[in-house]
Design a protein around this ligand. Structure first.
Ligand code: CTP
Ligand code: CA
Length: 227
């Protein structure tokens, strides 16, 4: 398991990766967001570039620096992420949706700061569902293009976690789903990750535990193994 000189087994591949977490504004100073740091997506981008791929990283509010030698498209909201992905996807051999996408956004964004004085003791937010970007990318997929999704689940039971992953890969229609468990302390901001990789049939085709870089390399191995 010693570090070796990088194998350039992804030379010539064009890989589009989303990373981070989208934020949905409520007013000019507030947003609804999630705890994704972007570390796993950035690790994927770095690993792919190191292995010789041409990488485009669509970066949603990263808490870590984007790697060098990667073309970065900064976005913030889900609709911005969707637009950036749909522009870049036609040029990619592989699309990896590692970003944590806000499932809902405020129905309206206040022009000025929401004030307690006008709201009183209770504030009710009305949220509308965001588009499913991964589903859209799968529907627009060109022949031979590989689409990979991520699923972060809080299900504590292993069997049930796998069942949730299988149902999700079937629903999304992606080629692979990288399944990991998250919670208050696992997953998001952590340096390490434990994942199961499912194929479109729901079969386990990879497993990884370790630093996010090692997890990234296991995911990319799936691509290197394909013609
Ligand atoms: N995803 C997406 N667009 C959304 C929501 C999710 O592209 N609006 C992508 C994520 O980037 C990830 C995959 O779909 O690659 C699975 O995300 P997840 O949140 O687990 O799935 P959901 O369909 O949103 O289901 P859930 O209700 O479990 O959150
Ligand atoms: Ca979701």
């Amino acid at each position: 398991l010693a570090a070796v000189a990088p194998v350039r087994d992804l030379e010539g591949r064009r890989i589009l990766i989303s990373a981070g977490g989208t934020r949905e504004p409520l007013d000019p100073v507030r947003f609804i967001g999630n705890r994704s740091s972007g570390k796993q997506g950035v690790a994927l981008a770095l690993a792919a570039a190191t292995r010789g791929a041409e990488v485009v990283l669509v970066a949603a509010n990263l808490e870590v620096d984007a790697p060098a030698h990667v073309s970065v498209v900064p976005v913030s909201t889900t609709l911005e992420l969707e637009a950036a992905m749909s522009v870049a996807a036609p040029d990619a051999d592989t699309v990896i949706m590692a970003a944590a996408v806000a499932d809902y956004r405020p129905e309206s964004v206040a022009e000025s700061k929401i004030k307690k004085e006008t709201q009183g003791d209770r504030l009710t937010l009305s949220l509308v569902k965001n588009p499913d970007i991964l589903r859209g990318l799968v529907d627009a997929r060109r022949p031979g293009q590989v689409v990979i999704g991520f699923a972060a689940e809080t299900e504590p039971d292993d069997e049930k976690l796998l069942a949730v992953g299988r149902a999700k890969v079937a629903r999304k229609g992606c080629d692979y789903l990288v399944l990991n468990r998250v919670g208050w302390t696992e997953g998001f901001a952590a340096e390490r990750n434990t994942v199961l990789i499912l194929d479109s049939a729901g079969d386990i085709v990879g497993e990884a535990t370790g630093p996010k870089r090692a997890v990234a390399d296991r995911v990319l191995d799936l691509l290197a193994d394909r013609p």
